[in-house]
Design a protein around this ligand. Sequence first.
Ligand code: GLU
Length: 305
Amino acid sequence: MSRYRGRFAPTPSGPLHLGSLVAALASFLDARHANGDWLLRIEDIDPPRCPPGAAATILHQLEAFGLHWDGWVTWQHDRDAAYRSALETLGSQGLAYPCSCSRKQWCDHAIYPGWCRNAVREPGRPVAWRLRSDRGLRPVTWQDRLFGEQRLDPAELGDVILMRKDGLWAYQLAVVVDDAHQGITDVVRGFDLLGNTPWQRQLQHALGLPEPSYLHLPLIMGDNGQKLSKQNLAPPLPQDDDAVRPLLHRALKALDQSPPPEMARAAVSEQLARAIVDWDVGRIEPDAERRPGDQVADSDAPSPR
Ligand code: GLU
């Protein structure tokens, strides 16, 4: 069996918040508990969504929480040639095609109906590139480590976009190419990404790449009942140690790991050392969503700012 290699792959569209801390922490603990590597990839393929300085803030925030990664950071803005070569491979197998349709044209359909699959390409017209889902791709099945067996038919998935009309690479292609490039064996991330996994498995199959195992985690919801996210202006993670210690403890509780209450004020390195030894995925309740307060039993637990 290959050595465990996990990763955290944030999009630098803003600073990390409690929801992203929980995902980063789970993937870190899962890797370190298995004596594996934990890698960092900055998913900055969509520059208009990534304000200057956001990636640097993320690196500092991870360091403040003791989440030190192995090796060099992978930046998606450096990986253009790899994505291009994957698209060419798919194109040469007849599995990718250019599509000039706009979303408005097919808005009455649940998924893109594949109108451009056999269309002649009109020179000069902007096109997106899509994966053909009607060319013998198997139904996608996989075993999520928390949510159990998942199965989807390619016909329900539709022809996913690989490259956008504006020339930017699509997340699905980039993530698959990079997970393979970084030798990732285990993907641990939030439940909001579970719906992307069938496309990623389909692409791995089409490109002949190894299929990592997947663990999706319950999402942390804000008091307004919405997922904590940058769009919902979730408060950024603090970087000063006094605030970091109790918040780390709180993130461990959000992962159902029951850290001893007295550890809430312990040094970050001490909390993490204990959490690595104690890490047990079997303790995580498979809820799709939860509020950060749900697991907080002791009354003096601090709020995430
Ligand atoms: N970049 C994605 C995000 O920040 C995560 C990608 C992944 O973990 O596969 O939501």
